[in-house]
Design a binder for this molecule. Structure first.
Ligand code: C2E
Ligand code: CA
Ligand code: CA
Ligand code: CA
Length: 278
């Protein structure tokens, strides 16, 4: 019995070591990726339902590691946050997106760019200055840049972090609440924050064509948002039936595989033909 116990212990510790090794490897690779700028940016079109045109794109980071292959942001963003590398990744993506957005605007397409900003960035109070610098360097108009911040982060903002949001708004950039509906039941925080847009999480719109309660819920979210003067984007739209309902509920914009998956800039450029020319 003693021997078996010992064997089991060794088995578990070997497993632990393997997992720790993998994590260590990922940490080293991530640090190197940040140093060398190994990331790409993919763009997913957003479609305005009133005009039926592409109004802009969400920029999403991609990491193709030479040996480990494609690593999902779902796996490396939390690690990057823990390692305090996320600010460099987010600013890299923002710079790329604004540079590309400027090129597309120069070609005559009136488009916006949405960029994800981890809540971790808000502990640095030079964030607005960094954003201002990106706008200045790239010449992308502030009012066409929308920063997406997750609801789970904004619900318990501290006073000085809320001030950072105010300073970002003062630059002229727009603010969106990402993954809306997945945080808390109280919506009172919406009153306190200078936001422009709600992005309804995919989990709420997935079944709207089949479940009337989901449909009512989304319909009320859209109503509340509009009464507060906010724009609504529905995320993760995959089916025509979902689109039809959102159209009838006067949702402002949709984003999802039904329009297109996120893709490299060269391919995303095709969707500019569906954008409105200036
Ligand atoms: P998110 O910001 O909610 O982005 C939407 C995610 O849903 C993207 O996954 C997108 O590819 C996916 N998606 C879009 N349309 C559909 C659809 O119709 N069906 C389904 N099933 N999925 C759809 P992705 O690119 O893997 O990113 C995952 C998450 O990683 C993002 O969720 C965001 O939280 C984070 N992320 C991605 N890029 C960045 C970044 O540059 N900075 C930060 N801080 N986070 C990022
Ligand atoms: Ca997002
Ligand atoms: Ca989202
Ligand atoms: Ca999400």
């Amino acid at each position: 019995a003693k021997a078996a116990g010992k064997g089991r212990f060794n088995f578990y510790s070997a497993e632990m070591t393997k997992r720790e090794e993998h994590r260590l490897e990922l940490e080293t690779a991530l640090r190197q990726a940040v140093e060398e700028g190994q990331f790409q940016v993919h763009y997913q079109p957003q479609k305005n339902l009133a005009t039926n045109r592409v109004s802009g794109f969400e920029a999403l980071v991609r990491w193709q590691h030479p040996r480990l292959g494609m690593i999902s942001p779902v796996d490396f963003i939390p690690l990057a946050e823990e390692m305090h590398l996320i600010d460099r990744i987010d600013m890299f993506v923002m710079r790329q997106a604004c540079r590309k957005g400027r090129q597309w605007r120069d070609q005559g397409y009136d488009i916006c760019m949405a960029v994800n900003l981890s809540g971790v960035n808000f502990s640095r109070d030079d964030l607005p200055e960094q954003v201002r610098q990106v706008l200045e360097d790239t010449g992308f108009p502030a009012e066409n840049l929308e920063l997406e911040i997750t609801e789970s982060f904004v619900i318990d903002l501290e006073v000085d972090q809320r001030e950072v949001l105010q300073r970002l708004r003062a630059l002229g950039v727009k603010l969106a609440i990402d993954d809306f509906g997945t945080g808390y039941s109280s919506l009172s925080y919406l009153k306190r924050l200078p936001v422009n847009t709600l992005k309804i999480d995919r989990s709420f719109v997935r079944d709207i064509a089949r479940d009337s309660r989901d449909m009512m819920l989304v319909s009320s979210i859209i109503g509340i948002a509009h009464s507060l003067g906010l724009k609504v984007v529905a995320e993760g739209i995959e089916e025509r039936d979902q689109l039809a309902i959102l159209l009838s509920q006067e949702c402002d914009e949709i984003q999802g595989y039904l329009i297109a998956k996120p893709m490299p800039a060269e391919q995303a450029g095709i969707f500019l033909n569906g954008a409105s020319a200036d």
